[in-house]
Design a protein around this ligand. Structure first.
Ligand code: AMP
Length: 495
């Protein structure tokens, strides 16, 4: 089996701007004359899920056409590039590394050539048993070309001896554990699959017919990508489901694994997904507002204004303000133009207080008792910085309210998190954290409060429906930690 692709000169995606933790985003379209253009717009809408690299692969004339590069979607693709990706089926990917190192060779879609033809794979998630499968496959003679665990799937497919490619993929998917949403493109078909717990969001949509083609089908990690391309949400890809679509508009749904205990990632609701997306029918902005409202009920404080940290905690801050009947104010401003590779101030300038990304609004916070709502504390660096910013701008008191419980445990299922020792909540009590970040008070939302506020219909209790592993250390599936499984380590945070 051969891995093919464009090996452009690798430009470090992280550069001076290291932003850990956003996972990957995938998009796919079949039955549309401008499939690669749809991918471009869809991936652009999913850019928040990964900024390190991106790629699109289309199928036309019995072969693949693809382009991958380091950087943002708008930086990697030109109009000419997209025109050179013809065909009515294409898949795409934006990547933040949750597994494997930061190189173009790991940029997706990964493309493989094997006896059955060509295979392009785009994925979001982490395969917890990838190290075991990889060792097993290597012992049997497989030669791996990348450090990405997605390649494990390709080798399993290549080694399967079933009659059709779909059967090969079906058998391979069955062997995978962990969190995954896959889009697999062959020269004739598009396959979508989701792990049996449904850890990562993954939806299917449809588009109105164009020209001679029938209804086009699109897939995306988040529904905001459907809005970006004018598609209509159809349904979620179900846990354990494999969908096979061809360019004639035929669609087949197979169950490669029995659905297991549902484990949608709670951090998707709290932080990752875009506020205009829906997961399982729940709009993210509304869910975050409810988190903020619940937080206000659990941890009210006398104050003058409420502010959120742009952009991720604004919805929760609005909810907190509404419930506590305090004014919501824009106490913090984010500069949108710092980009990925901004020049960081020297130590000297930094000490003078040169700030590139976030500023406090003196006119709003000066002399005020401020409630600062954020969605989570991971290492504690963001909260420490923001409390300091607010105080420098004259805030009289700073009360920090977090719209999720203390983040104490690493993620094994697709989110890049620091090691347990680096997670401030795993080392310090809430009072110690309050002192460490210099806040007047600090409160976290309870796990029950969080799950009830999110309001997924099947979740009557905190242990149903969600993965709460990072908060509770109870994961809905084997983490393979005992077998040497590792969470994926992040880098220094820069928000
Ligand atoms: P920290 O400074 O390490 O405490 O990071 C917490 C901030 O980063 C929060 O304000 C979140 O909005 C954001 N965040 C939460 N989880 C993650 C993650 N896994 N990766 C990157 N950023 C995150």
């Amino acid at each position: 089996m051969v891995v093919t692709g464009y090996y452009n000169e690798a430009r470090s995606g992280r550069g001076l701007y290291a932003h850990p933790g956003e996972e990957c985003g995938i998009f796919g379209a079949v039955g549309h004359e401008e499939a690669s253009f749809l991918n471009y717009y869809g991936l652009h809408a999913l850019q928040h899920r990964g900024q390190e690299s991106c790629g699109i692969c289309s199928s036309y004339g019995g072969r693949f056409h693809h382009r991958r590069g380091m950087g943002l979607v708008k930086e990697v693709f030109t109009q000419e590039d997209l025109l050179s990706l013809p065909g009515i089926a294409a898949i795409g990917h934006v990547r933040y590394s949750t597994s494997g190192e930061s190189h173009l060779v790991n940029a997706q879609p990964l493309i493989f050539r094997y006896r059955g033809g060509e295979l392009a794979i785009a994925t979001n998630g982490t395969l917890t048993n990838a190290p075991q499968l990889r060792a097993e496959l290597e012992a049997e003679g497989s030669i791996f070309q990348t450090t990405s665990d997605t390649e494990v799937l390709a080798h399993l497919v290549a080694r399967s001896r079933a009659e059709t490619l779909e059967e090969d993929v079906f058998a391979a998917l069955n062997r995978l554990d962990g969190a995954f949403a896959f889009l697999i493109l062959t020269n004739e078909k598009l396959i979508a699959a989701r792990d049996r717990h449904g850890f990562r969001p993954f939806s299917m949509g449809t588009m109105a017919p164009r020209g001679k083609l029938g209804v086009a089908t699109v897939f995306a990690s988040e529904t905001c990508a459907f809005d970006a391309v004018g598609a209509t949400f159809d349904r979620e890809v179900e846990p354990g489901e494999m969908l096979v679509l061809d360019d004639q508009g035929n669609r087949e749904s197979l169950q490669f694994a029995e659905p297991a205990r549902r484990g949608i990632c709670t951090m998707e609701y709290v932080y990752f997904a875009r506020p205009d997306s829906d997961i399982d029918g729940i709009n993210l902005h509304s869910a975050r507002k409810r988190l903020g409202r619940r937080l206000a009920r659990e941890a009210l404080v006398e104050a003058d204004v409420v502010t959120g940290v742009p952009d991720s905690s604004i919805s929760a801050a609005i909810g907190y303000a509404e419930e506590s009947r305090l004014p919501y104010e824009m106490g913090l401003i984010k500069n949108r133009y710092t980009g990925r590779t901004f020049i960081q101030p020297s130590q000297g300038l930094r000490e003078q207080g040169v700030k590139m990304k976030l500023s406090a609004v003196r006119g709003v916070v000066e002399g005020k008792r401020v409630v600062m709502v954020d969605d989570s504390i991971v290492r504690g660096t963001t909260s420490l910085r923001i409390v300091r910013l607010l105080r420098e701008a004259g805030a009289r008191e700073v009360h920090v309210r977090i719209s999720s419980p203390p983040f104490k445990n690493p993620c094994y299922f697709g989110i890049d998190t620091p090691s347990r020792e680096e997670l401030i909540a795993s080392r310090l009590s809430v009072e110690e954290m309050r002192q460490a970040i210099g806040a007047d008070s600090l409160h976290f939302l309870s796990a029950r409060g969080m799950v009830e506020a999110i309001g997924r219909p099947e979740c009557g209790s905190p242990d149903r429906g969600h993965c709460l592993g990072c908060f509770t250390n109870e994961y809905p599936a084997d983490t393979y930690e005992a077998a040497g499984g590792q969470p994926r380590g992040g880098e220094e945070e820069e928000r």
